[in-house]
Design a protein around this ligand. Structure first.
Ligand SMILES: [Ca+2]
Ligand SMILES: [Ca+2]
Length: 226
């Protein structure tokens, strides 16, 4: 028990807890390096690891690890085991969790001395989403010279207090990505490319200039790194 607890805890600091998109109110599909699904009605998590042999498996409750708290309480460990596993395996989670949130699954394999940890998440409940307008950095629902001016100031000053420029949200369609206000090109950076697209959009009002002027569905806001 101690050995793999320590192994996983040593990796806790670098583990990003990511959000998955809710696909149904019933089974919750895994998103990430592992395939599978969790069934809240039975408490069984089925995962396809593409791994065989001795492996460690850890399933954590939502918010078990945050940027400010990387310690894991016993009550936050829903499953932990080190055993021979098949490529596809079922595990019963402690407490048959049904609370809304994003749960984290980690699997490491003895074949590479536990060097590689496969990570995935599943979500119970709906992901909270809202809508922003591409290029609308002021947040008033319009894309105009005010927004373009805010982006110019942001590029000059890199301040976090110029409208919403640089504010980041989870991408509800892909937990590995984020959506950044002012990033019209969609590469998660705000730079001169976006500024150029804004100028073109203001001149042409075309729907095909990056995401400028388009409605974008976003997940929860991502807190800025300290
Ligand atoms: Ca605006
Ligand atoms: Ca960009």
């Amino acid at each position: 028990m101690k050995k793999f607890t320590k192994l996983f805890l040593s990796c806790a600091a670098v583990a990003a807890v990511t959000a998955a998109v809710a696909t149904s109110a019933m089974a919750a599909n895994l998103t990430g390096d592992l395939e599978g699904a969790y069934d809240p009605s039975t408490g069984v998590l089925n995962i396809t690891t593409a791994l065989t042999g001795e492996s460690t498996v850890l399933v954590l409750a939502p918010d078990a690890i945050t940027e400010t708290d990387t310690t894991i309480a016993d009550s936050e460990i829903l499953y932990i085991d080190q055993a021979e596993i098949a490529a596809t395996t079922n595990m019963g989670l402690k407490g048959k969790p049904t609370a809304d949130g994003v749960y984290t699954v980690w699997v490491a394999n003895a074949a590479d001395n536990f060097a590689t940890i496969k990570k995935a998440t599943f979500r119970i409940g709906e992901s909270e989403t809202s809508t922003i307008i591409g290029g609308d950095t002021s947040g008033d629902g319009n894309v105009n010279l005010t927004d373009q001016g805010q982006m110019l100031r942001y590029l000059a000053e890199r301040s976090d207090n110029i409208g919403n420029v640089g504010k980041a949200y989870e991408d509800p369609t892909d937990p590995a990505k984020k959506i950044v206000v002012g990033d019209t090109s969609g590469d998660a950076n705000v730079n001169l490319t976006d500024q150029g697209q804004m100028l073109r959009y203001l001149a042409e009002r075309s729907d095909n200039i990056g995401n400028a002027g388009q409605e974008i569905e976003v997940g929860p806001e991502i807190a800025p790194a300290e």
